[in-house]
Ligand binder design. Sequence first.
Ligand code: NAI
Ligand code: MG
Length: 344
Amino acid sequence: MLMCLRVLPARVTRNFSRCCSNYVARMRFINKLKEDEGACLTALESGNIFLYHTLAPLLRKTQQGVFQLPLLPFKDLEGILNRLGKDGSMVKDSVLITCTEQNRALFCLDVGELDQQAVEKECGGNFVDLRKAFFTLRGEEAPLVARGQALLRWHQGNGFCSASGKPTTRNQAGSQRVCHSNGLIYYPKMSPVIITLVSDGKRCLLARQASFPRGMFSALAGFCDMGETLEETLRREVAEEVGLEVVSVRYSGSQHWPFPQSSFMVACHATVSPGNTQVDVDHEELEEARWFTLEEIRAALKLRTPPRNPRDQPPTIWVPPSYAIAHKLIREWVDDQELHYDGK
Ligand SMILES: NC(=O)C1=CN([C@@H]2O[C@H](COP(=O)(O)OP(=O)(O)OC[C@H]3O[C@@H](n4cnc5c(N)ncnc54)[C@H](O)[C@@H]3O)[C@@H](O)[C@H]2O)C=CC1
Ligand SMILES: [Mg+2]
């Protein structure tokens, strides 16, 4: 049976300036839900839930061929679970994701214990790999499926206290887990990563790991070591991976990146002096790294889908898709070059 499925309202995360007081109220409401078990349960009972099956999100294709994230009201999901032979109270295992501008709470739940096809039939959708979901959903929904999967994955991997070995229990919102034997509180974890586009003033440096799809080059990236500042990570990673010394750094933006596990990507532009551009690639980390001209980068940005060259021909160069922060760095570099040098 096809249940009443709702699709996420268009502006869950946008329009910062439209109504500041509403934003403040919403953030305070979300914070309250993390701390007040009763309020969170009430919000869940009147809220909407999106589903995963073994961490693959449920998507639905509209008649126009657009993929959407189906949202199930609490009662509908309870009914589905009952019909599929599960205790409907399992809905209470949902974790809090956010709240709409109408203060309607949004949760997600992994139904990996149920038969996948039976849930798909009940919900009129399909569970798809997160990577596919992330790149096919509209802008507002992609970060939500990434956040949901990251939180669910964290819960699945943190059921036991690493100090006592005893089971941990989660709060209603799913924003923390506690070991009651020693009082340790665990919070969802992300690994900070620096990603940087290095420029020598006229060219930018892109690299590829052997695991990247054929022809794809991206900015340099690396995990922060304990105790490092972001600037120190950036200098170290550039030195380690391509043997260059960075002379200036400029912050660009940040992004949560769900692959393969939660990373907090901090994106920066960096420059090396024009006299210090000889690349010395660490082939343990990278398959290739080299300087690209503005023309080469412009051509790479024009490709919307990965090119399919015959294997016996050199691959066409392409860059990560628009949602990846690496893409934003590359585009900003092109804009900067066009503004200052007009490609000359
Ligand atoms: N959103 C975007 O545009 C892009 C995102 N990335 C992401 O950046 C991340 C880091 O890039 P890499 O070049 O792989 O990093 P990396 O250059 O630091 O090398 C990875 C190695 O670092 C070690 N490592 C240290 N701390 C780690 C931690 N907390 N988690 C996992 N490994 C750790 C491991 O030995 C691992 O093999 C990757 O997860 C990748 O998916 C990379 C490029 C573009
Ligand atoms: Mg790296």
